[in-house]
Design a protein around this ligand. Sequence first.
Ligand SMILES: Cc1ncc(COP(=O)(O)O)c(C=O)c1O
Length: 402
Amino acid sequence: MIPSVIVPVTRHEILSAVASITIDNGSKISAFERELSEYIGCKYVLLTYSGRTALYLLLKSYGLKKGDEVIMPSYGCETVARLIMDMGYNLIFADVDKSTYNMSVDDLSERISDNTKAVIAIHMFGNPCDLDGIMEVAGDYNAVVIEDSAQTIGAEYNHKKTGTICDSGFFSFGTAKPMTTMNGGIIVSKDKEIMKKVKTIAEGFGSSNYQRLKILAKLTAYSFIKNPILYAPIYKFILNRRVTRRCTLEKESMDLDEFECAYTDMQAAIGMVQLSRLDRMNDDRIANADHLMKRLNGMGIIHLPEILDNAKPIFLRLPIRIEGTSVEMRDKLIQRMQKSGIDTPVAYPNVLPRFFNLSTGEYPNTEELVEQTITLPVHPLVKDGDIERMVNIIKGFMEDHS
Ligand SMILES: Cc1ncc(COP(=O)(O)O)c(C=O)c1O
């Protein structure tokens, strides 16, 4: 079965981690930071325990106080919203553009106010958002723009790597990301002073031998499981977990102490090997997304994501919107895909303000995306035959429902 995302960690990478498990002097981390700084094209780079730790550190370093307003898109990652709320900020959502899945600049300009201190510009699915528009609106209110490039390492906007364009940015090396070290994040900033503050706050963060062993064991297990050969037998379990996680997140306040952990040298050793393969893996993603888009282009109710003229996406997954479909019909398509051995989840089933019981207005575009979108896998293990299978299932589905 083709998983929706993979954990592309090789045996060679696991071995390099085993060899580095006792190193705890930051030497691998420094080397990895140097390589990342060169790859991303940003002078100041800091590895963190996770993408959320990176955002946590950035928000603290910009001096946001409890009650300050932070704006993020209403479609996307529940955990980012949860973190912002748990840090005590007043979370406001802006609706997204139906064609890009990213924050709508028009809606942002309606919702921003003098109380807004930060805007989180998220590049969904590896497809860059309209940063020029977002920065212009935020600039009028002196709000800092933090670029959430968690899903998007390697993508470009205005010929620069995403993450580096706004005041500061961050990436994630979580398990469903273009490259992974089980967990991990990077902060990038042009602002030396902010980076100094980030480093001061992160100074006391550490990791234990137990933590390192746990990460290595989990990473090894994930790299085996998220593989077309072993995915089918555990698929039911994964589906179950997906549903329960999505439903319980709301109730779980985060333990903020969890964000005060450090990245490890062992992970940096894996990360360096992954980084050397990243462009090749991204090229496969881009080629698969391109192939799918060509084959699905012009299919009436199937809407493909729009790519901005000044953007070069990498596509972590390819979202497609089936216009006018009901949730039941969409789920039937997902089931047909499952039967044919392809995992095409909804990915983001929640209108975030509603999910968190925040009555902050209407989000019509997010409502539609949540009900009508499925995400197609485009990772390097997707082959031409899988693409043909997906296209044929979608064609058959449309014929049956026309
Ligand atoms: C858009 C986005 N932002 C932030 C995060 C958080 O990253 P992490 O899981 O490394 O904390 C994720 C992870 O799922 C994400 O998809």
